[in-house]
Write a protein that binds this ligand. Structure first.
Ligand code: HEC
Length: 137
């Protein structure tokens, strides 16, 4: 008799559980799907990934772009004696040896100035543009 009662209760509980799932709204189901979806999906070029494909720019970066990329971290505040952007007097002194020579120094590095100003993939033209941008020449 006790066993029959327990079976009856178990069946009742299961039926209720089923009823609960049946009653799940679309919104709830959507939430669950959202929670168990993969963290990331790989999207390769050529696939329609639901958004515009941002192609990497192939042209040379402007002086401002290069400056904002790496140079700014030292040349805005003048870290470790770096000539500040827009400090014409400081830059005139540096550039008095000529733009080509100044570029050569920037490529090699000087004291706390790292080689290429940490823009390792910068071309000579891009570094020159950044120097011109900083010095206002
Ligand atoms: C980690 C800090 C740092 C970064 C990043 C940095 N610089 Fe410098 N830079 C310096 C310092 C410090 C000096 C002054 C060095 C000295 O005279 O002792 C300097 C000096 C220079 C000079 C003058 C060289 C000369 O002939 O006297 C040029 C040109 C220059 N930096 C270009 C750049 C460019 C272009 C970038 C970005 C692509 C850049 N720097 C990024 C720290 C930095």
């Amino acid at each position: 008799m006790l066993q029959a009662m327990m079976l009856f209760v178990a069946t009742l509980v299961m039926a209720q559980a089923n009823a609960a799932t049946d009653a799940m709204t679309d919104a709830q189901a959507e939430k669950i799907r959202d929670r168990i979806k993969p963290i990331a999906e790989v999207c390769v070029q050529g696939d329609d990934c639901g958004g515009p494909v941002i192609a990497a720019s192939t042209g040379p970066r402007s002086g401002e772009e290069v400056f904002n990329g790496t140079c700014t971290s030292c040349h805005t505040a003048g870290i470790a004696g770096a000539p500040k952007k827009g400090d014409v007097a400081a830059w005139d002194k540096r550039l008095s040896k000529g733009l080509a020579e100044t570029l050569a120094v920037a490529k090699k590095g000087l004291n706390a100035m790292p080689a290429k100003g940490l823009c390792m993939d910068c071309s000579d033209d891009e570094l020159t543009a950044a120097i011109k941008f900083m010095s206002g020449t």
